[in-house]
Design a binder for this molecule. Structure first.
Ligand code: NAD
Length: 462
């Protein structure tokens, strides 16, 4: 048995999948009434259980209740409100023009639920990353099985209890567990799999999905670079970077991973970052209730091994028992250093000094396509260069993580950082099949011109 204890598993994973399929086959999940009821029930689940949710996130990740209230609960409730408001408009059939030779006729695209879908979530935002895709899946009319991460066990157990209490228990099922349970779930012939997590497991998901030709959305991670130059407002850049990098102790998929900056900027940027860090977490971040903890001792050890890179100018302290790694800034880091070899996913910010934007763009393009890219500059030509000559899932200019917070923007990766996207209407579409509908109306049939017998007259006309 893995980290899940038997008592919390009401059903074996495959039985949960089969039960969800049965509920989908009944047809009720496709109705607008069911979708709206379940979205409202999900909203009530969050509205009525704030203190419990805040408590489990404190246990799992040391998250401050206010951070849970805004980032985990508030963001999901906003997405539910937006989806309920726009559901009719988003699901309306879209008419498309019919070419002359096919008229009289009509053509449209209708959205259908994909069917029975699986959502696998990670531990770092265990509410947000579990429920945001679920909103799209429900809005599209699917039956759903969700599998939260075993590495945030308190959150997983609480959500298992709340799902049963608030949601349609046949059509929306939560399966707790780790590798063993997920492997079992992956044997099922899903109509869509939505996975958030690391790329190594992403390949396992794709391989399993290939057996059934199941479409897959992969929300992965990677190293998200930052460019800062001397034309940027350095105080504003530092404020934005410190918030985005050290939120959730750096365990955020779109956190700035490393900074590329020209020599003239480095000292001033470090001073501005240091000042912002003190403003946010005080002189001793370990004593601050606002600064989170690393999810496991294994990850603390992994991060400790990255601290040898470059020169430590801020932080560097580690307390294994408390799963604490201090907000750390490293300078004079080289591209070959261990900290530049893997996604950091912790509160360590390396700064690599580069000659200028050309070198920065070359470094970015030489690596895996990132999930996010941040560019702090006052120059339009530099913004244009990063926009046109690099790629990433999303990009924010003179801000960090803002691309996540705009509901109309698709959220997803490219290349090694993922495939597919969601949020708002994009989430609904991810979990929908776009069905083409063509309808012939009574009237003259011009298509006979293209059919045999191919007479000389037809040849002249065409
Ligand atoms: P994790 O360890 O919680 O794993 C994610 C899920 O995969 C869990 O539900 C887990 O049970 C399951 N899993 C683990 N091993 C498996 C296996 N062998 N077979 C089947 N399932 C398995 O989370 P993680 O992967 O450590 O998450 C961190 C990574 O996720 C980072 O790379 C981060 O950048 C990325 N991430 C991406 C996004 C995004 O939206 N793009 C969001 C958050 C995290």
């Amino acid at each position: 048995m893995t980290s899940t204890d038997a008592a919390t598993r009401d059903l074996p994973p495959l039985a949960a999948a089969q039960g969800a399929r049965k509920a989908f086959t009944s047809g009720r999940t496709a109705t607008m009434q069911w979708r709206r009821e379940q979205l409202r029930a999900l909203d009530r689940l969050l509205a009525e259980n704030g203190p419990e949710i805040e408590a489990v996130l404190k246990s799992d990740l040391g998250k401050h209740p206010l951070e849970t209230h805004t980032v985990e609960i508030g963001s999901v409730r906003s997405e539910i409100a937006l989806t309920l408001k726009k559901l009719t408009a988003w699901t309306k059939p879209r008419r498309v023009p019919v070419p002359l030779f096919l008229r009289p006729a009509r053509a449209s695209v209708i959205l259908q639920p994909r069917g029975t879908v699986l959502i696998i979530s990670p531990w770092n935002y265990p509410i947000h990353l579990l429920l945001m895709p679920l909103i799209g899946a429900i809005a599209a009319g699917n039956a759903v099985v969700v599998k939260p991460s075993e590495l945030a066990p308190h959150t997983s157990h609480l959500m298992a209890k709340l799902f049963t209490a608030y949601l349609d228990a046949d059509a929306i099922r939560l399966v707790e567990g780790a590798v063993e349970e997920t492997t079992e779930l992956l044997e099922f012939a899903w109509d869509h799999i939505f996975y958030t997590g690391n790329g190594t497991v992403g390949k396992i998901i794709l391989t399993a999905a290939a057996k059934h030709l199941t479409p897959v959305t992969l929300e992965l991670g990677g190293k998200s670079p930052v460019w800062v130059d001397e034309s940027a407002d350095l105080d504003a850049a530092a404020r934005s970077l410190v918030w985005a990098k050290f939120l959730n102790a750096g365990q955020t998929c779109i956190a700035p991973d490393y900074v590329l900056a020209p020599p003239a900027v480095v000292d001033r940027l470090i001073a501005a970052l240091r000042q912002q860090l003190t403003e946010m977490y005080g002189a001793d971040p370990q004593a601050s209730a606002d600064f989170g903890r690393i999810v496991s001792v294994r990850h603390v050890d992994r991060l400790a091994n990255l601290l040898g890179s470059g020169v430590t100018v801020v932080g560097g302290q580690v307390n294994r028992e408390q799963r604490f790694v201090a907000p750390t800034i490293l300078r004079d880091v080289s591209l070959d250093d261990p900290v530049m070899g893997e996604e950091i996913f912790g509160p360590i910010l390396p700064i690599v000094t580069v000659a200028g934007p050309e070198e920065a763009i070359a470094i970015i393009n030489n690596r895996d396509k990132p999930l996010a890219l941040y560019c702090f500059t006052g120059r339009a030509n530099i913004r244009a260069a990063f926009l046109q000559r690099t790629t990433s899932g999303g990009i924010a200019l003179n801000a960090a993580m803002m691309q996540l917070a705009v509901p109309g923007l698709p959220f997803g990766g490219v290349g090694a950082s993922g495939m597919g996207a969601y949020h708002g209407e994009h989430g609904l579409r991810t979990f929908s099949h776009q069905r083409s509908v063509a309808r012939k109306l009574r009237g003259p049939d011009l298509t006979r011109l293209g059919r045999a017998p191919y007479t000389a007259r037809k040849e002249r006309m065409l």
